[in-house]
Ligand binder design. Structure first.
Ligand SMILES: C[S@@+](CC[C@H](N)C(=O)[O-])C[C@H]1O[C@@H](n2cnc3c(N)ncnc32)[C@H](O)[C@@H]1O
Length: 275
């Protein structure tokens, strides 16, 4: 299949053609350009239209008009072509997620990572998913592993609304969603979990101490963070040191890179076990 640039040949002068972005994210039937060159502002409708013409499964083209920001990690988006909406239905591992990426963080690129976690979960486990967003981690875990109990915690009211709706859509009724700040919610939980998922790569360390209060010997933690690619080898040791500061001993099970964040920077999941 022709690339977007190739499909625009003749429609744009060479100088502009060279600037056409070659990558974009898809969430359901939305295509999202992360970095759309300002020089192409007047041609955005044409470029978006060309993309829609190439992919029949896409109905809306958006561009980010700011970076991921705020505690909810949401970007401002602008529709540049197609239907005038930002909400969609995304399908992943047989699960359906209703989502508006401008209101609640969601990355389709993490689908493989969610499955990697889900297939480790055993039926007898109780699982705590912090920073659960629209419910993608807990729902994929519920569908694939059917563990005894899942508790999820999310602060953003829009994300929590989609999370609730997605529970109904996927007919998973044994997930308890707690709406609120992890800092306030965890001390009240008074429960020890077999597994804790912490998908907050920017600043997740601030919540590690509270999360570990909900752990016991043997608990497995999936802790996400950003790291320089060349410093990945040191990550495990750093996390063990952080745990020690809260008087918890841990051993590293795995350090898994799961996506690029910027030049030389990766998102990584440190899987560790309390010992
Ligand atoms: C990077 S997103 C991950 C969302 C989701 N787990 C996913 O992968 O699609 C982080 C999420 O944590 C939520 N969040 C940030 N700080 C929080 C806090 N203190 N307590 C609860 N949720 C929080 C944000 O609203 C956001 O939905």
């Amino acid at each position: 299949m022709a690339t977007l640039k190739e499909s625009l040949t003749g429609a744009l002068p060479e100088k502009e053609l060279a600037l056409v972005p070659s990558s974009y994210d898809t969430v359901g039937d939305l295509a999202i350009f992360s970095e759309f060159p300002p020089e192409l502002k007047k041609k955005e409708k044409l470029i978006g239209g060309a993309l829609l013409g190439m992919h029949k499964n896409l109905n809306v083209v958006l561009k980010k008009v700011g970076t991921y920001s705020g505690k909810f990690r949401t970007p401002k988006l602008k529709v540049i072509a197609g239907e005038d909406r930002k909400e969609t239905m995304h399908v992943e591992h047989g699960c359906r997620f209703r989502v508006n990426p401008e209101k609640a963080y969601f990355s389709a690129r993490l689908g493989g990572e969610r499955k990697r976690i889900a297939i480790q979960v055993k039926k007898h486990e109780s699982v705590l998913v912090l920073f659960s967003g629209i419910g993608a981690y807990p729902i994929v875990i519920a569908k694939i592993a059917q563990p005894q109990e899942i508790v999820s915690v999310e602060l953003n009211p829009y994300a929590a609304k989609y999370h609730q709706e997605n529970l109904r859509l996927n007919k998973v009724f044994h997930i308890s969603l707690i709406k609120g700040d992890v800092v306030n919610v965890l001390p009240k939980l008074k429960k020890k979990f077999d597994r804790i998922v912490m998908p907050l790569p920017k600043g997740g360390e601030r919540f590690l101490k509270d999360a570990l209060q909900c752990s016991k010997k043997g608990t497995v933690v999936h802790f996400y963070t950003f790291s320089r690619e060349d410093a990945l080898g040191k990550l495990g040791k750093e996390i063990i040191e952080m745990c020690k500061k809260t008087k918890v001993n841990a051993k590293i099970l795995d350090v898994v890179p799961c996506g690029h964040f910027g030049p030389g920077i990766v998102r990584a999941c440190v899987d560790f076990q309390r010992i």
